[in-house]
Design a protein around this ligand. Structure first.
Ligand code: ADP
Length: 493
């Protein structure tokens, strides 16, 4: 059934105006009605100072439209009169009003502090932000999410970039999200990660001036009305934020229960103030900034392999130190990264043995360690010892927990294989070589270790968390593996 904007307006006439006089349509308060595939969006103009009190009006309007046959979802937002009719100069700031309560708004007019609803089914929300566009924020966000998956975590990505939603392209996603039987939107899946994009929620033809106020509402919907945990609880939902540090970004940061934020910058912008603006924005809303990612930091000549520090060397590390923030990673400028990003084949999953994929996994492990630390769950490095016959790894944690993990178990249960859903059945064939030996350990910072096996496999990055998990579940996992081998008629010899 096709719904028209006339039908939506007719329904909205049932809603009375802010002072219970007339109705919101005849009062000229409804605008921007857009309808696509049963998804309805519209805005209601109210005086800026009363926005917080009038959420009930918005809810009522949303409810009547939701009840219309053929309506799939409704995004109703409050906005101020752009011409400033009711509140001069308020512009589109209603959506960002909470952000201004600390500054100049008189107490009597200050809107209530926004309610930040906790997410169910998602352990950590992680914002990836940048001071300006074009620094590779979206590319970093998607590869970070895939890197988190590669180190054994369940990850998703929420593309909140209103100016140019790019995750569908980066992940090669087309089509529309479906509804779950519970009436939520099902995230789209690509390479094992769940994705939802602002691009699915906001019509490309909606002018950007409109998107600003609508975006905060749409973001809430993308957080709470999407079945993120459809395939199991997410450890991290990466949010690809809109570039910049304006009102919209500030409000999004404030109204979202973020565990932390990562700032992406190029070396030359790091030296300028853009990255610092991002930092200050999150500090203002008390979101811990976990660190900086320096993107396009150097160039490796594909022909001669020489590293060219186009923008100077060591600047990012110095700047990070000055800002008292960890440098989470330095990602070089690379043709392959660009080509794969632009064709929906992110390098972390499509070329897992590449240097870049390794860098993104390292970035993910470091970010995860910082995220844990910010949440008060830092895991100090365990003591690692390779057994004399190189066939096991002894892991002893600070709290006394100690495990001896067979090399073969580490090899066949490498974190990436685990999360990418290799069943026990697949694992016995994936880990082609049984009775592997550990050749070397390369600690990555103080948060993970890279294990190289004698079949040359070394793409698994084992975080302390993951090693502990393997240790705790060792007996049932090993038993499951052995029974799988037996079922397949395979022997370990
Ligand atoms: P933003 O989200 O900051 O606007 P994008 O992630 O869309 O930036 O990246 C802008 C462009 O730069 C894209 O074409 C992308 O493929 C490219 N790009 C990003 N990071 C790299 C990199 N490390 N090497 C090469 N190209 C990159």
């Amino acid at each position: 059934m096709t719904i028209t904007s006339e039908q939506v307006l007719a329904e909205l006439k049932r809603i009375k105006g802010p002072d219970l006089e007339g109705n919101i349509v005849d009062l000229g308060l409804v605008s921007g009605v857009s309808i696509r595939d049963g998804k309805v969006a519209f805005a209601i103009t109210v005086p800026a100072a009363r926005a917080a009190d009038l959420d009930g009006l918005r809810e009522a309007a949303q409810t009547v439209v939701e009840k219309m046959p053929g309506v799939v979802s409704v995004a109703a937002v409050l906005t101020a009169d752009a011409a400033g009719r009711s509140t001069p100069g308020a512009g589109a700031r209603v959506a960002a009003s909470g952000a201004h309560t600390h500054s100049h708004a008189p107490a009597s007019r200050a809107p209530a502090k926004p309610k930040v609803a906790r997410m169910t089914g998602v352990k950590h929300l992680l914002a990836v932000a940048s001071g300006k566009g074009g620094v590779g924020k979206s590319t970093t966000a998607v590869n970070l999410a895939l890197g988190l998956q590669a180190i054994g975590l369940r990850a998703g990505i929420l593309d909140a970039d209103i100016y140019g939603p790019s995750q569908p392209r980066l992940l090669g996603l087309t089509g529309r999200p479906e509804m779950t039987p519970e009436g939520k939107l099902a995230p789209m899946m690509a390479y094992g990660i769940a994705c939802m994009s602002m691009g699915f929620m906001i019509d490309e033809e909606t002018p950007i001036v409109w998107r600003g106020p609508m975006v905060v509402q749409a973001l809430q919907q993308m957080l709470h009305d999407v079945a993120w945990a459809q395939h199991g609880d997410l450890d991290v939902l990466v949010i690809d934020m809109p570039p910049g540090t304006g009102d919209v970004q500030l409000t999004m940061a404030q109204q979202t229960p973020l565990s932390g934020a990562v700032i992406v910058s190029t070396p030359q912008d790091l030296a300028l103030i853009d990255a610092r603006k991002g930092l200050n924005m999150f500090r203002k809303v008390e979101v811990p900034v976990l660190g900086i990612v320096e993107n396009m930091s150097y160039f490796v000549c594909p022909k001669c392999g020489e590293q060219a520090d186009i923008f100077g060397h060591g600047g990012a590390a110095r700047e990070a130190e000055r800002l008292k923030l960890p440098l989470l990673g330095s990602i070089p400028l690379d043709m392959e990264v660009r080509i794969r990003s632009d064709t929906g084949q992110p390098i972390t999953v499509t070329l897992p043995d590449s240097v870049h994929a390794g860098l993104y996994r390292d970035l993910a492990a470091k970010t995860w360690a910082e995220l844990q630390a910010a949440a008060g769950h830092a895991v100090p490095p365990p003591q690692l010892t390779i057994a004399p016959a190189n066939d096991a790894l002894a892991v002893t944690f600070d709290d006394g927990a100690s495990y001896t993990l067979p090399a073969e178990m580490l090899r066949v249960m490498s974190p990436s294989a685990e999360v990418q859903g290799h069943s026990a059945d697949q694992r016995v064939t994936v880990g082609g070589k049984r009775k592997v030996k550990i050749v070397s350990l390369d600690p990555i910072g103080n948060y993970a270790v890279k294990i190289t096996f004698d079949d040359r496999h070394n793409t698994g990055l084992f975080t302390w968390d993951y090693l502990r998990q393997l240790g705790r579940e060792q007996s049932q996992r090993w038993a499951g593996y052995l029974s799988e081998l037996q079922k397949k008629g395979l022997s370990r010899d």
